[in-house]
Design a protein around this ligand. Structure first.
Ligand SMILES: Cc1ncc(COP(=O)(O)O)c(C=O)c1O
Length: 391
């Protein structure tokens, strides 16, 4: 996807480096909030946009630019703006382009905070929404209204791993004149290129696979230069969701190993999904890379692998499910994902707790559903841990 002569893995190691006068090997960290000007005239020219240097790290910073450069190259978009968290990316990408009276169509299964933005925060500013079954193309089409300005989805969706046919929804969004924003965090840029599939804007929680080691919050908005200049830049400069240079440095270094990590996590997730299907305490497993996933054909079309996340349902209800989680030794109970450590989550009582019980059931977020983010441990150790916890 990237515009360098190199493959993505190489571009993520060498792309965008501007070495300082010291010729450092690793990328420099410019931990500075502001920048000094050679003269008052230069300061004036920067603010007028006639001099291209940095002004203030809320607007831009050399270390953050390096991270943005690498993400834009990887996604194949003209530009990228890095944010302090994934939610800052989601909120800014949506809010910067919507006005009171506009309408959003979004898939029903979304990360809890994304759902809150669509169904609770934006409506306070006069923005309407319709939630649809993300897997049903006809439902996306039916939901279009004269004031529809934006389509939004996650694929795979958090937590059920339901897929959205990104090519199909992009076509509907295009003919409706709506901007299609895809949250690609669950797949990661190593597994799915949402831009190539037709998304207009791709957002990431860099906190997940991009960091991959559970250290920094971060987010990214990948878009065109025109969208950035006309919609996003005026919004983010004044509302302030910028990424810190320190986090940008950590995340840029993490990109060097992302494909290795995600490939290994995905291979382990596939082994675990197969093993879980044989375990007597497991009712059902969902993994996009398994032929038993109801959308496995779509997964093969739009994902390079099944990814690092899977879900499974424990036979019984909440108490059996909690008992199994509490017996795990190696796998940690946490709501983060994409980490080198395998992490297990009970979405109904944590990440998706704010959904009404009925809504959770419609989405398939039952009391016995667990989401497992598969890390970099030896897969046999993870399988052994789950086996003993379920016995
Ligand atoms: C799909 C998705 N989008 C956005 C976010 C928010 O990211 P962050 O925690 O970096 O704000 C998450 C977090 O879990 C997520 O799963």
């Amino acid at each position: 996807m990237n515009s360098t002569p190199w493959q993505d893995e190489t571009a993520l190691i060498h792309g965008g480096i501007e070495r300082s006068q010291y010729g450092e090997t690793a990328e420099a960290l410019y931990l500075t909030s502001g920048f000094v000007y050679e003269s008052a005239e230069q300061a004036e020219a920067r603010f007028k946009g006639e001099d291209s240097g940095y002004i203030y790290s809320r607007y831009g910073n050399p270390t953050v630019s390096l991270f943005e450069h690498r993400i834009a190259e990887l996604e194949g978009t003209e530009t990228c703006f890095a944010t302090a968290s994934g939610m800052a990316a989601v909120f800014s990408a949506l809010a910067c382009q919507l006005n009171a009276g506009d309408h959003i169509v979004a898939s029903r299964v979304l990360f809890g905070s994304c759902l809150q933005v669509v169904t609770s925060i934006l409506p306070r500013f006069g923005i309407e929404y319709t939630l649809v079954d993300g897997a049903d193309l006809e439902a996306w089409q039916q939901a279009v209204k004269p004031n529809t300005k934006l389509f939004f989805c996650e694929s795979p969706a958090n937590p059920t791993l339901t897929l959205v046919d990104i090519v199909g929804v992009a076509n509907i969004a295009n003919s409706a004149g709506a901007t299609f924003v895809v949250d690609n965090a669950f797949a990661s840029p190593a597994v799915q290129n949402a831009k190539t599939l037709g998304a207009d804007i791709v957002v990431y929680s860099a906190t997940k696979h991009i960091d991959g080691q559970g250290r920094c919050l971060g987010g990214a908005i990948c878009c065109t230069n025109d969208f950035f200049k006309e919609k996003l830049q005026p919004f983010v400069r004044h509302s302030g969701p910028a990424m810190s240079p320190f986090n940008a440095w950590v995340l840029a270094k993490s990109l060097e190993t992302m494909s290795l990590r995600v490939d290994r996590m995905s291979a382990s997730a596939a082994s675990l999904a197969a093993a879980l299907q044989q375990m007597p305490f497991v009712e059902r497993v969902a993994y996009p890379g398994c032929p038993s996933h109801p959308q496995s054909e779509l997964a093969q079309r739009q994902m390079k692998s099944g990814g690092s996340l899977l879900t499974f349902k424990v036979k019984g209800g909440k108490s059996e499910t909690f008992a199994m989680m509490n017996k795990l030794n190696l796998i940690k109970i946490s709501n983060n994902l994409g980490d080198s450590k395998s992490l297990i989550t009970h979405p109904a009582t944590t990440t998706h707790r704010t959904l009404a019980g009925e809504e959770r059931e419609i989405c398939g977020i039952t009391e016995n559903l667990l989401r497992l983010s598969v890390g970099l441990e030896a897969s046999i150790d993870l399988i052994t841990d789950i086996e003993q916890a379920g016995s």
